[in-house]
Design a protein around this ligand. Structure first.
Ligand SMILES: C[S@@+](CC[C@H](N)C(=O)[O-])C[C@H]1O[C@@H](n2cnc3c(N)ncnc32)[C@H](O)[C@@H]1O
Length: 266
């Protein structure tokens, strides 16, 4: 199937899932949090990487920013111009709501990531990509090409993602640690349940698609886009939906559940 077919199907799924994210405890936590100056939802790995680079006054783009909670957190750390890109307008609307609560100014641009307008090229010191983005991408080289063209020379791509090894398991089965899928899964998983992060009930939707990208493919796509790898660290921490917590519960037998990759535009 064509890239656009997957992108369109995934957009519909995210738009349909948006109302589920606008209610419940996690939305409440964000709304209450951003009412406090300096609030951040970033975890220790992201915070340390951003502080190491320094964000004060820097121009930051976030690809597939969802409700912009992370971009707003970076803005609250003192970043300069902040622009978030996502194709789900309903989530960007939630981001505008959180920005108003926080009293922070960010720009949110709706559209397919593969078509980010050229006027943004070379405009950013940092491009941020976090948690649950690459799996939606039918075209990894195309994705890193966009990240690279947004960066000014010397700018940094910061990618904090769910580890692809998590795709070997089906965490909703009675034995969630059984190996069920290939690490080199050549076709995407077809999904139907709306996307929620907290394990709550989710309605059925039209099919949408999740791609397994081995770590080597991700690194290679970044290098081929003209980025120079600086750091690749794997962690045993689950940064994705709560269902994946079962993969982190074997004392002494740890899986890599997340990773941080930084790469710089040459
Ligand atoms: C799991 S969310 C990112 C979550 C975010 N890091 C957070 O923790 O709040 C993935 C996002 O990717 C967006 N997305 C998926 N495919 C896209 C595409 N082709 N173009 C733009 N955005 C896309 C979805 O709309 C969704 O908001």
């Amino acid at each position: 199937m064509e890239r656009d077919h997957y992108v369109t199907a995934n957009r519909a799924a995210w738009e349909a899932s948006a109302p589920l994210h606008r209610r419940g405890a996690s939305w409440q936590r964000l709304a209450e949090g951003f009412a406090r100056p300096g609030f951040s939802c970033l975890d220790a790995v992201e915070t340390e990487a951003l502080e190491g680079e320094g964000v004060a006054g820097k121009a930051v783009a976030q690809l597939c920013c969802n409700n912009a909670r992370e971009l707003l957190s970076v803005k609250a750390m003192g970043a300069g111009r902040c622009v978030g890109f996502d194709q789900a307008e309903a989530f960007l609307e939630q981001g505008r709501e959180l920005a108003a609560v926080a009293g922070l100014e960010i720009e949110l641009v709706a559209g397919d990531v593969y078509g980010v307008p050229r006027r943004f090229d070379g405009g950013f010191d940092i491009v941020l990509v976090t948690i649950g983005v690459l799996g939606w991408m039918p075209d990894l080289p195309g994705f890193f090409g966009v990240a690279a063209r947004l960066l000014r020379p010397g700018g940094l791509l910061l990618l904090h993602e769910q580890h692809p090894i998590t795709n070997l398991f089906d965490v909703e089965q009675p034995d969630p640690l059984a190996l069920r899928h290939s690490y080199f899964q050549p076709v995407p998983f077809e999904e139907r349940r709306a996307v929620v992060y907290d394990g709550s009930a989710a309605p059925e939707l039209a099919p949408f698609y999740w791609f397994v990208h081995p770590l080597g493919d991700t690194v290679t796509a970044a290098l081929e886009a003209g980025l120079r790898l600086e750091r690749l660290r794997e962690y045993p921490d689950n940064i994705s939906s709560v269902e994946y917590d079962v993969l982190a519960t074997r004392p002494g037998v740890e899986l890599p559940l997340s990773y941080l990759m930084t790469a710089r535009r040459t």
